[in-house]
Design a protein. Structure first.
Length: 439
């Protein structure tokens, strides 16, 4: 049965950056089933695109015994430009995307970058003049009070700090740790928070108080397709499918999200929240970069300027990740979760010998907008093909066996040449079996 979790842990970020609001309770008789009585489908959503692959190699599956309920927890943001209309009769309007109204804090406070952009600034959950907006953009609004994020007028505030939200820096050896604290990432503290899940609450309007969202709601329908195969057991006891356990770890340890700050502050740009000490960059000889950023070309003024932001994380593999003790396991599926419009790649390594061994590299490719040829080729949407291991008959490499407590390493690259991005993620949604697989 699916029941409400009455006491969610505010420091739990394992459910797409937040605590579990619902939990599964097994009813009497569940232990008599040949397969699990519940499953959690989350893999393959990291591309934020309908073209992302959802599937497993032959002989592996998420087994479930005779399900009769399906519960969905959508994470969706209404980015429809209201000038284009929101009724069924308006579907054909604005087939070439044009961003609508955006709050002042969107796009790092650089509204000149909105023109021609393939995405809406509200897509990245910016804090606003209604909730959590920084004092630099909303003086006197009461949305940032004593380091807390608040509704306008200083009410219904929330606060958090880096000790509770972000993992400490990795110091070598078998310890776990990441880059967010070292880089002073603004997501770690409510005092510097710019945008993301904390400012993207349910039904929250991602516009400033003086911006009218209109009174017409966007209505939509959702369609899901499930492909299944019957489970069977051969006469010799061999099952037709093995159930895949879920492994889940965060490169953005343990905040569940992070900021990709703009690479630098251009002349005339407002200060970068969280990095106010960084001055304007006036020439290639006078270039001041945010932590985690590297650039090539003649930044900050020439078109050949190209910058990227990198975070890394180290952790000890426990399989499955939701069990305290864990155990050894073979990796069958690995899907990195990161967002448009900035995600470039996400890489996963094992480090049993002290020399990292690449297990999976996912490189983003973006839709070009040729919807007359392919209606799913949505401009600016990112697709992240996952890594699969299985039989050579399917053209796959053999499954990777990982001992319990294997040292793991993850690296995520994001573009931040001209603008920053909030609410970015870099988690690993993985599946495997608790034994060595021979193919």
């Amino acid at each position: 049965a699916l029941v409400t979790n009455d006491h969610p842990d505010p420091n739990d970020h394992s459910h797409h950056g937040g605590p579990a609001r619902l939990k599964i309770v097994e009813l009497p008789g569940a232990e008599d089933q040949d397969a699990p009585v519940s499953q959690w489908f989350s893999e393959g959503n990291g591309g934020e695109s309908r073209k992302s692959f959802h599937g497993y190699p032959a002989g592996f599956a998420q087994l479930i015994a005779s399900p009769d309920k399906w519960s969905i927890i959508p994470m969706q943001i209404d980015t429809r430009n209201r000038d284009c209309g929101v009724t069924p009769a308006d579907v054909g309007n604005c087939t070439d995307f044009v961003a609508g109204v955006e709050p002042r804090q969107a796009r790092s406070g650089r509204p000149d970058l909105k023109e021609g952009s393939p995405y809406a600034g509200v897509l990245e959950c910016p804090c606003t003049g209604r909730f959590g907006g920084d004092e630099a953009y909303y003086p006197g609004a009461g949305t940032r009070v004593n380091g807390s994020l608040c509704e306008a007028g200083g009410v219904n505030c929330v606060s958090f700090d880096s000790d509770a939200r972000c993992s400490p820096a990795w110091t070598g050896g078998p310890e776990t740790g990441g880059d967010l604290v070292t880089q002073r990432n603004p997501t770690c503290s409510s005092a510097t928070y710019v945008g993301g899940l904390q400012c993207c609450g349910h039904t929250r309007i991602l516009l400033d108080a003086d911006q009218d969202p209109g009174d017409v709601l966007l209505k939509y329908r959702m369609k899901f397709r499930f492909w299944f195969q019957d489970y069977s057991v051969a006469a010799d006891g061999t099952p037709s499918h093995e159930n895949l356990d879920r492994y889940y770890f965060l490169t953005e340890a343990q905040a569940g999200e992070y900021d990709v700050p703009p690479a630098f502050r251009r002349v005339g740009d407002p200060p970068i929240v969280g990095y106010e000490e960084i001055p304007e960059s006036t020439s290639p000889a006078d270039l001041h970069l945010t932590p985690g950023t590297t650039c090539t070309g003649n930044c900050p003024t020439v078109d050949d300027c190209d910058c990227e932001h990198v975070i890394t994380s180290h952790w000890l593999m426990a399989t499955p990740s939701y069990e305290a003790e864990g155990g050894p396991g073979s990796m069958i599926y690995a899907g990195g979760h990161c967002h448009a419009p900035s995600c470039l790649s996400i890489e996963l390594y094992s480090n049993e010998t002290g020399t990292p061994e690449l297990l999976c590299r996912q490189v983003s490719y973006y839709g070009g907008g040729n919807i007359s040829h392919d209606r799913f080729d949505e401009r600016g949407y990112v697709v992240l093909p996952p890594c699969l291991w299985g039989s050579p008959d399917e053209g796959l490499e053999p499954p990777v066996f990982l001992h319990n407590a294997t040292q793991m390493f993850s690296k995520t690259r994001s573009n931040n040449t001209w603008v920053g991005h909030t609410g970015q993620m870099a988690s690993w949604q993985m599946r495997g079996v608790p034994h060595e697989v021979h193919v």
